[in-house]
Design a binder for this molecule. Structure first.
Ligand SMILES: Cc1cc2nc3c(=O)[nH]c(=O)nc-3n(C[C@H](O)[C@H](O)[C@H](O)COP(=O)(O)OP(=O)(O)OC[C@H]3O[C@@H](n4cnc5c(N)ncnc54)[C@H](O)[C@@H]3O)c2cc1C
Length: 459
């Protein structure tokens, strides 16, 4: 076991020693043994045990097992949003979305408090909870995720979403309700998915959800229609996703896309278009109103009578970020980009979907990579060193156009003029001329990523 006599070294040297020693120790899988031998090197409290919070807690302990790390999370089990659309087409069960916190506690010594955070005192460095707890912190990490702005559309509300027109963009009971509605939809019925405006959690997600249902209906309800109504005219991964729809569901590409893409790939326009339709913003796809009783959705272009409606409303930072005063007029949390420290409160770092991260998408992968950069920055700051002023972040979003049709966007980000900027040129997507084997591999990568990513965050 590593040990050091702290009476003969400065605090800074001692922390340096601990960092070096523990890096090796954690690789050997014995961080807890070392923690018992060293005094706490500070207390980091993490609010929210989703992707960002869990990853930050784990990596703080990996980088310095002597640090005390406490996650305050309102739910005992995390329901992962990523991969949750696969419940709708029976690729996964609701139970398979559940992720336990046991391994983070057992393997790394992360403390968990299951309670709802209600406020904090930035002067006293304390966080308070609904259960009456008060925890003191040296550094605070907040990763509260998103909230859905149900009231953005006339006739829509959380109550309507819980009972008749689910969203399910924060997974849970609404996901199960939507799955039941879709799987039980009458033969030849119509499913309308209302895509959200930018910025939103998981840019390819709404289109993947529509595609998975188009595939499922082709088998179980072949005359069913899928209509995406969208306030936008484009989305990340659009060309590869639309090509997948074109090949799998006889989707006819909009003329501008067909023209753009035909220089790279042979595009077939089908004499009879399939049952998947995408109504873009410029064609009046923006949602205005939802009538849950009549099961009707009104867009700028038309009123559509539907059997199942899935509204993915506009989003803003999770309520906790507002409660703690971490948001600005945009509804998101401004941060110093190099270490995601809040520009509004010192010693508080905001990561994940709630933060303003410029070119980085609101994705689990982004939250995970931000968490690692912030963990490193906090370790350095607590040790009296200056954190890296030029960190590198990454994101890869895998998506499915069908069960065996995978695609992706992969980016590297660096700071440029104070903003997080993409730094990997134009090669971001699965090429349009990818071979069938590469496309199938993309789907396998997506499934492997779901598993390994969950391990990286939570185990
Ligand atoms: C259908 C779908 C598919 C997706 N697919 C992908 C994908 O393929 N790849 C990808 O990278 N991303 C994907 N995502 C996005 C990804 O899931 C999110 O970006 C990610 O979960 C964000 O992490 P976070 O930590 O910011 O928020 P979350 O993971 O939502 O965590 C927030 C946590 O904070 C807790 N919390 C909130 N308020 C309080 C409070 N007051 N007190 C205590 N705890 C609180 C919540 O309970 C929650 O556990 C997908 C999302 C959806 C909906």
């Amino acid at each position: 076991m590593n040990s050091v006599n702290t009476s003969h070294v400065s605090r800074r040297d001692w922390l340096q020693h601990v960092l070096q020693a523990t890096a090796g120790a954690s690789l050997l899988g014995s961080p807890l043994g070392l923690m018992a031998a060293t005094p706490a090197a500070g207390h980091v409290v993490v609010l929210g045990g989703g992707v960002g919070g869990a990853t930050a807690a784990k990596y703080l302990k990996l980088m310095n097992p002597a640090l005390k790390v406490t996650v305050i999370e309102k739910n005992r089990t995390y329901i992962r949003p990523y991969g949750s659309s696969e419940v709708l087409n029976r690729h996964a069960t609701m139970g398979e979305l559940n992720v336990s916190y046991d391994k983070l506690a057992r393997n790394y010594g992360v403390n968990f408090v299951f309670d709802t955070v209600t406020g904090f005192d930035p002067q006293a460095h304390t966080v308070s909870t609904a259960g009456g707890r008060k925890l003191r912190y040296d550094r605070l990490i907040v990763s509260p995720g998103i909230q859905l702005m149900y009231s953005a559309y006339a006739g829509y509300s959380e109550q309507v979403a819980n009972s008749r027109v689910p969203s399910g963009w924060i997974p849970g009971a609404q996901t199960a309700l939507l799955a039941k509605q879709l799987q039980g939809m009458r033969q030849g019925g119509t499913f309308v998915l209302a895509a959200p405006p930018n910025p939103y959690r998981c840019p390819p997600g709404p289109y993947e959800r529509a595609a998975l249902m188009a595939e499922w209906f082709a088998k179980h309800n072949p005359r069913a229609k899928v209509i995406i109504v969208d306030p936008k005219d484009s989305f990340v991964t659009d060309e590869t996703m639309l090509l997948g729809w074109n090949r799998l569901y006889n989707f006819n590409l909009p003329d501008d896309y067909a023209k753009k893409m035909s220089s790279q790939v042979e595009v077939t326009q089908h004499a009879t278009a399939g049952n998947l339709t995408w109504v873009r913003g410029k064609d009046g796809g923006r949602t205005l109103k939802v009538d849950a009783k009549a099961m009707r959705i009104s867009t700028e272009a038309e009123d559509i009578k539907a059997d199942v409606i899935n509204v993915i409303p506009p989003m803003k930072a999770g309520q906790l970020a507002f409660t703690l005063g971490l948001t600005d007029g945009t509804g998101w949390c401004p941060v110093h980009r190099h270490n995601f420290a809040s520009t509004l409160h010192p010693h508080v770092h905001v990561i994940g979907d709630a933060s303003v991260a410029d070119a980085m998408p609101k994705s689990g992968f982004s939250a995970n990579t931000q968490a690692k950069v912030v963990a490193r920055a906090i370790i350095e700051e607590l040790a009296g060193r200056t954190p890296d002023a030029n960190p590198v972040w990454e994101n890869t979003c895998y998506a499915l156009a069908g069960k065996d049709y995978g695609l992706f966007v992969a980016d590297v980000f660096r700071l440029k003029d104070g903003k997080i900027t993409r730094d990997n040129g134009t090669e971001r997507y699965l090429p349009l001329n990818a071979t069938p084997a590469q496309i199938k591999l993309g789907a396998r990568y997506q499934q492997a990523w779901l598993r390994t990513f969950t391990e990286d965050c939570f185990a």
